[in-house]
Design a protein around this ligand. Structure first.
Ligand SMILES: C[S@@+](CC[C@H](N)C(=O)[O-])C[C@H]1O[C@@H](n2cnc3c(N)ncnc32)[C@H](O)[C@@H]1O
Length: 396
């Protein structure tokens, strides 16, 4: 198996690539730099960087924002099926795997002649299988759920990049959230909102539309310096793809996990509170907090937005209210957003509020002046993360 080596010599570090949701690229780049990555270059929905094996492990374990960590193995132009097939068949797959290992191909296409991702995945799979059969007389099997070797194919402007996906399941699947509410926020997006807000666990935090608790749980994990990838390597966790690779150095990885675990703090210094109107969804939040091991760090209450209260004198509100497109129609939500604005004005002086809004029509209903409007995507929904500085006389 083609594996990375640990190396103190940065000149020998390999190109790596971390993917993320649109809008989080700069934050992911900052996170990668903090983890020690070299040549960090944010792109579209991802960040290119260089690193060695230990960095690749650390990014998988510690990044709160990355969706996958990819190890690119080939790049070539691919304007049509034949060029794609030939380019993939040229790769020395025998150096990557044996026919005993299972594969799955995940394909993406942007602004390219070949658009159909199912077709791309089929062609790539055929090329891998043909090459392996030619070299060894046997073919690897496809295993969609937990392949030993997940292959990632990225076609952009007819240029193909083939990578091994070192993460396996996407990293937002921390493992603590089995059940979401009706419209749960992706964990990586919640972590991205905390990063944009610059929240490091130093100020009280409240989410008055907490739903299944994603923002407050991610906040508690961040405040505890609990690396989200640790859930994957706990007993019963789904692990990372690289752990299934031949030649994986279990002992060295165990030592890395130990270092990351040792950084976890036992408590949180500030109150973290979530509230929601819906008792059932709050029950989910409770269970998610319990699975994440942060029950004692997060206070959860049932209350309507009009009765939301700050957990501390000064602090931060970070929230994701109901969206027009998913939980009800936009017009029906105008009153709710008005109520949110009124509550922030009346009860949250000395706070900064960050509100993720999916429908532009609802921004006005809040009735406060937003001094920042950051574009973010919640799955397919284009949103704005609005910042309201409630102590600087932003009441409009
Ligand atoms: C988009 S969801 C939040 C999802 C959450 N971020 C998560 O990850 O699960 C919006 C939440 O607002 C709650 N909600 C709706 N109307 C409310 C009100 N008047 N007061 C408080 N919560 C309300 C809903 O029950 C729902 O859980």
């Amino acid at each position: 198996m083609m594996i990375l080596k640990a190396s103190n010599n940065r000149a020998t570090w390999r190109p790596l690539h971390a993917t993320c949701d649109t809008g989080l690229e700069a934050l992911l780049a900052a996170e990668l730099e903090a983890l020690g990555a070299a040549d960090v270059q944010p792109g579209s929905r991802g960040v290119a960087f260089r690193g060695d094996r230990n960095l690749l492990w650390r990014v998988n374990l510690q990044s709160r924002i990355a969706s996958r960590v990819l190890l690119p193995i080939a790049e070539f132009p691919a304007r049509d099926r034949d060029a794609l097939y030939r380019g993939v068949r040229r790769i020395d797959w025998g150096a990557v795997m044996t026919p005993r290992e299972t594969i799955a191909v995940d394909a993406r296409s942007f602004l390219s002649q070949i658009e159909h991702t199912g077709f791309i995945a089929q062609v790539v799979k055929d090329a891998i299988v043909d090459r392996m059969r030619e070299a060894t007389g046997r073919r690897p099997n496809v295993e969609r759920r937990t392949p030993d070797v997940p292959v990632n194919v990225h076609l952009a402007e007819d240029h193909c990049r083939v990578s091994l996906d070192t993460s396996g399941a996407r990293l937002h699947r921390r493992g603590y959230r089995i059940e979401g509410g009706a419209a749960p926020l992706r964990e990586t997006l919640a972590a991205g909102m905390l990063a944009i807000a610059g929240w490091e666990g130093d100020l009280p935090l409240v989410d008055p539309f907490c739903g299944s608790g994603t923002i407050v749980v991610e906040a508690a994990l961040k405040a505890r310096r609990f690396a989200p990838g640790l859930f994957r390597v706990l007993p019963g966790g789904e692990g990372f793809a690289f752990q299934r690779w031949r030649g994986h150095d279990r002992e060295a990885f165990r030592r890395q996990v130990h270092i990351v675990r040792a950084a976890v703090r036992p408590t949180v210094d500030v109150p973290i509170a979530g509230s929601d109107l819906d008792a059932d969804v709050l029950e989910l939040a409770r269970r998610n907090a319990e699975r994440a091991g942060v029950t004692t760090d997060v206070r959860l209450d049932r209350r309507p937005i009009a009765e939301a209260t700050p957990p501390g004198a000064r602090g931060v509100v970070i929230t994701n209210p109901p969206y027009g497109e998913r939980l009800g129609e936009v017009e029906q939500l105008v009153d709710l957003y008005r109520e949110l604005g009124d509550t922030l004005k009346r009860r949250f002086s000395d706070h900064v509020a960050w509100v993720l809004v999916g429908a532009p029509e609802l921004v006005k209903a809040i009735g406060l002046h937003a001094d920042r409007k950051i574009p973010l995507w919640n799955g397919p929904i284009e949103c704005r993360l609005l910042r309201f500085d409630l102590y600087a006389g932003s009441r409009g």
